[in-house]
Design a protein around this ligand. Structure first.
Ligand code: ZN
Length: 194
């Protein structure tokens, strides 16, 4: 694993925040990652794509195409595709299900890598893997900027590489020590909740 990306890099751009958060999984955590704030700068995004491409080359074979789950994976996926000079397959959610955008398809012998910004449970990534395989494509591996899944590789037996692996505690709301301290709870993407 390459650790050219650090938590400090993310924190300085507000992409790693400390506090008391309700994650989309329903769990509470004292740490929140919002990689979009890091990737909002195109120069940083391009560099991150180049580093992820190097990590992919080291961990698996070079892909023929990159695909990423909408919406979080789109920028880093596109920048990784740029580094390899291969096509980027756009995805979208249609009625809650992951789909390729109209006009995109996969070839039978195309080696495809799924790229994500942050892997937490791996749910969106697995949806994209299932989608590509249902279309007859071949997913040769997974790569992300950050792995906060708590596992070295939640996608086994497929190869997986990340620029940064972090371990943040998460709790069920009932067991959350921050709730017990009475710390205000923030649901990212919405206004503070009580
Ligand atoms: Zn809590």
């Amino acid at each position: 694993m390459i650790s050219r990306l650090t938590l400090a890099d993310l924190a300085v751009h507000g992409a790693h925040q400390k506090g008391h958060f309700s994650l989309s999984s329903g769990l509470h955590s004292g740490d929140y990652l919002q990689c979009a704030l890091f990737l909002a700068n195109p120069v940083r995004a391009e560099r991150a794509g180049q580093e992820l491409a190097q990590a992919i080359t080291a961990a698996m074979i070079e892909p023929d195409a990159i695909v990423a789950p909408a919406l979080g994976g789109m920028i880093i996926g596109h920048e990784t595709a740029r580094a390899f000079k291969v096509p980027f397959l756009f995805t979208e959610r249609v009625e809650g299900r992951m789909a390729l955008r109209r006009g995109f398809g996969v070839g039978p012998r195309q080696a495809i890598v799924v790229v994500e910004d942050v892997v937490t449970t791996g749910g969106s990534t697995n949806e994209v893997i299932d989608l590509i395989e249902s279309l007859g494509g071949c997913v040769i591996g997974v790569a992300s900027l950050v792995n906060r899944s708590g596992s070295d590789n939640p996608f086994e037996p497929r190869p997986y590489t990340a620029l940064l692996q972090v371990s943040f505690p998460t709790w069920k709301p009932k067991e959350c020590p921050l709730c017990r301290q009475g710390k205000p709870l923030v649901k990212p993407g919405s206004r503070p909740v009580k």
